[in-house]
Design a protein around this ligand. Structure first.
Ligand code: TYM
Length: 332
């Protein structure tokens, strides 16, 4: 079986529809076909200095949501990144192989750091993609299921793997991104040309997995649509309607042309009502399972300990090889 690894940040109280369609839904499918490792990346989360109690709480919520979405601890490995120390250790080795200019070209760093004053973003935020490369390379992942926004980080990961292999001998697998068609970039409901994002979207533009049906329905009904009244996919001229069509199609399994035919001549109202219902139908059981899992923290922590054990075994073996290749003196 090919290996996959992916990660998600515990930076909000809930995942949103973009996280679900762009990433987590693929993770669930891939546990059947791949040897799968998925982590809640709390080391990445501290690049923006969250409150400690908040981080701990959100890490549990993130893990509970992953299980609630259908990840099964018997079929895949779900763990918390900081439970496996080798992530930080390999990151340092890779940081030393990365050029300043190379890291400086990462567009996500430029976007995220723009919110801080000149030079005020942490160095951790700057090296963030290199830690991500370490996550992936530690497990020799063949594929990495992510949304389109992670493409550049995956290219950096491949470059670093190649550089390490060239310099120290063949060690790492070159991973390929697995980016889902149509839902690689779900956009903000209020601003349908920007991606739906925990950090930059307004609450009205985001559909949260753990949200109640009432607010979900309201947000979909108030989503920005475009001029005209035809329900047709047209990225250029109708980004709002196109986004909703993609969402509806992904959630119901109905191809977009079929949806266009169904809503021909009906205007936006009926269409939006159906999109809202599809969202609610998908999210409600996930929210209910998440709440149940969070009620028993002890059990949740136990599942994560099992994941950390399995992930740690793989990570330790890789790191042992890396230490030797790099030339660290073995401790006897
Ligand atoms: P994060 O936590 O920002 O997002 C988690 C996943 O959700 C996808 N995503 C989207 N997909 C489609 N449309 C959207 N609007 C949307 N918003 C988010 C992201 O592409 C991602 O797949 N750097 C990663 C976390 C990470 C990681 C890794 C990923 C750390 N280590 C190793 C893969 C492998 C991130 O910021 O995810």
């Amino acid at each position: 079986r090919p290996r996959v690894l992916s990660g998600i940040q515990p930076t909000a109280d809930s995942f949103h529809l973009g996280n679900y369609l762009g990433a987590v839904r693929q993770w669930v499918a891939m546990q059947e076909t791949h040897d799968a490792f998925y982590c809640v990346v709390d080391l990445h989360a501290i690049t923006v200095q969250p409150d400690p109690a908040e981080l701990r709480r959100r890490t549990r919520i993130a893990a509970a949501q992953l299980f609630a979405c259908g990840l099964d601890p018997e079929r895949c490995t779900v763990f918390v990144q900081s439970h496996v120390r080798e992530h930080s250790e390999l990151a340092w080795v890779l940081i030393c192989l990365t050029g300043m200019g190379e890291a400086g070209r990462m567009t996500q760093f430029k976007d995220k750091s723009a919110k801080y004053g000149e030079g005020a973003a942490s160095v951790g935020l700057f090296t963030y993609p290199i830690l991500q490369a370490a996550d992936i390379l530690l497990y020799h992942a063949d594929e990495v299921p992510v949304g389109a926004d992670q493409k550049q980080h995956l290219e950096l990961t491949r470059d670093l793997a190649q550089r390490f292999n060239h310099r120290y001998g063949d060690t790492f697998t070159l991973p390929k991104p697995a980016i889902p068609k149509e839902v690689e970039k779900i956009t903000d409901l209020q601003d349908p040309t920007s991606k739906m994002s925990k950090s930059s979207s307004s609450p009205q533009g985001i559909l949260d997995l753990l949200e109640q049906p009432g607010p979900l329905r309201k947000k979909v009904m108030r989503a920005v649509t475009d001029t005209g009244s035809e329900v047709v996919a047209d990225e250029e001229n109708k980004p709002g309607v196109t986004n909703l069509l993609r969402i509806q199609s992904a959630l119901t399994g109905t191809p977009i042309p079929e949806l266009e035919a169904r809503y021909a001549g009906q205007g936006y109202g009926t269409f939006k009502k159906d999109v809202a219902e599809a969202v609610i139908e998908t999210f409600t059981p996930i929210r209910e399972r998440t709440e149940k899992l969070l009620a028993d923290e002890h059990e949740l922590d136990r599942l994560l300990a099992i994941g950390a054990e399995r992930a740690g075994a793989v990570a330790r073996a890789t790191m042992e090889k890396v230490r030797d290749r790099v030339g660290f003196l073995p401790r006897v």
